[in-house]
Write a protein that binds this ligand. Structure first.
Ligand code: FAD
Length: 294
């Protein structure tokens, strides 16, 4: 099923993200993770792609397993920063062979030891999206990434939104946000993109935080702000893993309740291969999500 149809169906959607194990790692642990996440009946499961190529081969294999074994739509991420046009064409063929219908088309983070084709084939995700559309028409449903706080490399938020508009116009069916910890940041972003007439559905990415040190580092890298309320929790419980986990689950649950209460209809949980956390959050929301069914 195409994710754009799900997002336009009027129902509230709840999706999860997983990342493939490193090349050569045992797949049986991954199989268990997929099984446990599938048991939560998410509307779709996204599978990340290693821009450096380390885990990229596994993305299609895992997405295909999610669809074939559990009959859950999969969203295969695809990055282009270090790819040639031929690499992308090969990946698209493999996706077609594996009946993958949904792609999250990304530029990718630039790997430290990056080797680029010379001249560079892709600089921005919008070029990848344009290529997929021109080669494959509407065969694939294509999503793109967006950044409520602005992408870390873009000096001006307004420019970032102008580039986002170009990306959507190159053929995006929906957008998924970077994590954010202050819902007002998302509401403000939604107003600003509406003002620019960006009308595709936006899926709100929520990251349950269970490790305060790790999150501080990834927020620094991604430019995501930590609101004082969140910082106080992370500081208080940084040395108490079980307490941090419980507080992180409560924070993400509250964040989602506030999003749903304010009309956001699509929630994507950055599950980080941790089905236990996803299960607890979905358990906390079970009656709320049931009431949201239309
Ligand atoms: P783009 O949309 O190309 O934007 C990158 C930068 O270029 C931005 O600063 C933008 O403002 C600027 N820009 C865009 N167009 C132009 C233009 N025409 N002229 C000048 N500047 C321009 N990374 C992975 O490696 N694998 C994954 O699986 C993965 N999944 C992700 C999922 C989500 C939901 C999100 C939010 C991010 C994900 N990432 C992933 C990280 C992502 O690859 C990085 O954030 C990356 O730095 C930007 O990717 P993008 O597709 O948003 O790039």
């Amino acid at each position: 099923m195409k994710i754009k149809d799900l997002l336009q169906s009027g129902k509230v959607t709840f999706s999860c993200e997983i990342f493939p194990p490193k090349a050569g790692a045992d797949m049986s642990k991954m199989d268990g993770i997929i099984q446990q996440i599938a048991a939560l009946h998410p509307d779709f499961i996204s599978v990340t792609y290693g821009a450096g190529g380390s885990t990229s081969k596994r993305t299609i294999e895992i997405a295909s397993k999610i669809q074939d074994t559990y009959r859950i739509p999969a969203l295969a991420h695809l990055t282009c920063v270090s790819s040639s046009k031929e690499d992308v064409a090969t990946m698209l063929e493999r996706m077609k062979e594996n009946h993958i219908e949904n792609i999250l088309a990304l530029r990718g983070d630039i790997p430290q030891d990056a080797e680029f084709p010379s001249p560079r084939h892709y600089r921005y995700a919008s070029e990848l999206i344009r290529d997929i559309r021109s080669q494959q028409g509407n065969l694939f449903c294509i999503g793109g990434a967006c950044y409520p706080e602005g992408h870390v490399e873009c000096a001006h938020k307004e420019d970032d939104i102008d580039f986002l508009k170009q990306k959507v116009e190159s053929g995006c069916d929906f957008l998924t946000t970077q994590m954010f910890f202050d819902n007002n940041v998302l509401y403000n972003f939604l107003y600003r993109i509406m003002a620019k007439d960006i009308r595709v559905p936006v899926v709100a990415g929520v990251m349950p935080v269970i490790n305060s040190r790790q999150i501080k580092r990834s927020c620094e890298l991604s430019g995501t702000a930590l609101p004082p309320r969140f910082k106080a929790i992370a500081d208080k419980f940084s040395d108490k893993p079980l307490a941090m986990k419980q507080a992180g689950i409560a924070y993400a649950t509250e964040q989602i309740i506030d999003l749903l209460s304010n009309g956001v209809r699509h929630i994507h949980l950055y599950t980080m291969n941790n089905p236990e956390i996803a299960a607890k959050i979905m358990g906390n929301l079970s009656d709320i999500l049931r009431d949201e069914e239309v």
